[in-house]
Ligand binder design. Structure first.
Ligand code: GUN
Length: 287
C-alpha cells in the first residue's frame, strides 16, 4: 500500500507559516493585501473565491473582494485592474478564471502588473519561469513541488512524466520539475502509447481532466503519483484523474482527491501574496 500524501495537513502547515510571516510583516508596518476579482456567477468560481477569502482571513492577509456582474464590459474590468495596479496598499491581484464568454482572458491577464501577479499567469512570469529568472510561480505546480519536497521525494535525476499540457498546470509543472533536475517528459492526449510512457515515471503528475483514467497499468511499482484532477465519478462523488483504489496498491506514494493537491493551491497563493508584499516593500526602500 502506497504512502498517502496528506495535502491538507501540508497546506495547513504552510498557512501557519504564512500567518507567522504576516504577523511579522505587520509588526514592521507592512500589511499584506490581496484583491480578488470575480466576474459573473459561475458556481465553481464562487466556491474557489470564497475559499481564497477564508484563507486570507486565516492567515491575516486583508482581502478586497470585487464581484462584478456577468455583463460587465471588458474596459470596465481593465479599468479596475489599472486602479488596483496603481494602489500602493494592494500587493496582489487575482482575477478568477474562467471569465464570461466574450471577454479576452489573455488581455485581462496581461493587464495585471507583473509585480502583483500572484497567480503567476502573466507572460512575464511565465517567461521568467522558462529561463530560470525569479518571478511568481503558478500556485498549483508550485504546490506540487512543495508536496514532493515535504514528503522527502526529490525529483533530481528521476524520470518525471507530466500527463497534460495546459498553461496553468502541465507546462509550468514540466518546467519546475526540470528546474529541480528531473528528467522530464510531457505526455498528452495525442501521445502514442501513453501507458508505456507513463510507466517510465518515478514521479507521475496527472492533469487530464478525465475521471479515474489512470489505472494501475499506467504506473510503475513504487512511483510517486500526484493527481491534479477534480472530477465526478459515476455516483457524482468527487474523484481525481487517477483510479485511487487501484493505483494505491502499486504506487510508492499517492495524493488523494480530495485532500491532495487541491488545498495546496490556495496555500501557495497566500505565500505568493507575502512574497509580493516583501518585494514591493524592498523596492520602495531602494527607490
Ligand atoms: N480558475 C481555476 N483555477 C484558477 C487559478 O488558479 N487562478 C485563477 N485566477 N482562476 C482559476
Amino acid at each position: 500500500m502506497a504512502q498517502i500524501i496528506d495535502g491538507k495537513a501540508i497546506s495547513q502547515t504552510i498557512k501557519d507559516e504564512v500567518k507567522q510571516e504576516v504577523q511579522e510583516l505587520s509588526a514592521q508596518g507592512i500589511p499584506v493585501t490581496l484583491a480578488v476579482i470575480q466576474v459573473g456567477e459561475d458556481p465553481a468560481s464562487t466556491v474557489y473565491v470564497n475559499n481564497k477569502k477564508k484563507a486570507c482571513a486565516y492567515t491575516g492577509i486583508r482581502s478586497l473582494a470585487y464581484h462584478l456582474p456577468e455583463n460587465t464590459g471588458q474596459d470596465e474590468l481593465l479599468d479596475l485592474i489599472g486602479q488596483l495596479n496603481e494602489r500602493e496598499d494592494v500587493n496582489g491581484i487575482l482575477v478568477q478564471l474562467p471569465l464570461p464568454a466574450g471577454m479576452d482572458e489573455d488581455a485581462v491577464i496581461e493587464a495585471i502588473s507583473p509585480k502583483k501577479d500572484v497567480d503567476g499567469f502573466h507572460p512575464q512570469s511565465v517567461g521568467a519561469l522558462c529561463i530560470g529568472k525569479p518571478g511568481f510561480l503558478p500556485c498549483t505546480p508550485a504546490g506540487i513541488i512543495e508536496i514532493l519536497k515535504r514528503s522527502g521525494i526529490d525529483p533530481a535525476g528521476k524520470e518525471c512524466v507530466m500527463i497534460g499540457r495546459s498553461n496553468i498546470v502541465g507546462k509550468p509543472m514540466a518546467l519546475l520539475l526540470l528546474r529541480e533536475n528531473g528528467t522530464v517528459t510531457v505526455a498528452h492526449s495525442r501521445t502514442a502509447d501513453l501507458k508505456e510512457v507513463s510507466r517510465r515515471a518515478d514521479i507521475l503528475v496527472v492533469a487530464t481532466g478525465k475521471a479515474k483514467m489512470i489505472t494501475a497499468e499506467y504506473v510503475k511499482p513504487g512511483a510517486a503519483v500526484i493527481d491534479v484532477g477534480m472530477d465526478r465519478d459515476e455516483n457524482n462523488r468527487l474523484c481525481g484523474d487517477v483510479d485511487f483504489e487501484a493505483v494505491s496498491g502499486i504506487a510508492g506514494a499517492i495524493t488523494p482527491v480530495p485532500g491532495g493537491v487541491g488545498p495546496m493551491t490556495i496555500a501557495m497563493l497566500m505565500k505568493n501574496c507575502v512574497r509580493a508584499a516583501r518585494m514591493q516593500n524592498a523596492a520602495e526602500k531602494d527607490s
